[in-house]
Design a protein. Sequence first.
Length: 71
Amino acid sequence: MGMPLSLLRTGESSLITRIGGKPETRQFLEGLGFVVGTPVTVVSEIDGNIICSIKDTRVAVSKGMAQKIFV
């Protein structure tokens, strides 16, 4: 089942195993690069947002969104 991305610590990496939420939420996250099987690294956490490195780019997602991304 995995755990939410929001539980990874800064510097930790994992593979995305599942994207939860409503279809439009999943589509939004997939558009940002959060696709099942893709490696993701937590770079930092700033003001409640999680900065991730995914597909050679950095993306910020809210903790709420990060809880819908399972690793």
